[in-house]
Design a protein around this ligand. Structure first.
Ligand code: SAM
Length: 165
């Protein structure tokens, strides 16, 4: 099966440029379209090694900023909004069949996604955990979900040596 996934990665009020950088790398690796940052734009200064991939996305004009979630919702007309958060009412990400056109929305390092944001999304997915740590790092969570939404795609990139080309 070759399900071509079209997805944007949406980060709600993240605090760490390092986390954004790690997510940017996974977003590009898994074939994401726009990387969307919601919250104050002026706090970001994407310099240094951890921001290489964020700069790359910015140069490709695929980095978009919105002041708040409502502005993002007004911009997004067709894609399914999927909140990635720990919730008793969520689907398990490992079992969920991701739609072909979706926005993957993650919360910030300290407080996560507020309930008011989650209830405006079409679906919530939770990554199952098995140990006694309360939550995963946001960049790790993004990478797991981006892998899972692509896992039914056929391989399209060739591997040469230890790299995809
Ligand atoms: C570190 S968590 C937020 C803090 C968390 N609410 C707490 O109280 O420790 C940051 C973000 O990572 C994602 N996340 C972390 N663990 C997750 C899990 N098991 N399932 C789904 N999302 C997760 C969510 O998007 C969350 O908003």
């Amino acid at each position: 099966m070759n399900r071509i996934m079209k997805f944007n990665t949406v980060l709600h009020e993240l605090r760490s440029a390092k986390n954004v950088g790690m997510i940017a790398r996974s977003h590009l690796s898994f074939g994401g379209n726009f990387l969307i940052l919601i919250g104050a734009k002026d706090k970001w200064n994407f310099k240094g090694g951890s921001s290489t991939y964020t700069r790359k996305i910015n140069e490709a004009e695929k980095l978009i900023f919105f002041n708040d979630f409502e502005s993002f919702l007004a911009w997004n007309k067709n894609a399914t909004n999927i909140a990635v958060e720990i919730s008793e009412h969520a689907k398990l990400s490992s079992e969920y069949k991701y739609p072909k056109n979706c926005n993957i929305i993650l919360g910030n390092e300290r407080t996560g996604l507020d309930h008011s944001i989650i209830e405006k999304c079409d679906q919530t997915v939770t990554i199952p955990q098995f140990g006694d740590i309360g939550s995963l790092n946001v960049a790790v969570s993004a990478s797991i979900v981006l892998y899972e939404l692509n896992k039914n795609r056929s391989q399209i990139s060739k591997i040469e040596g230890a790299k995809f080309i």
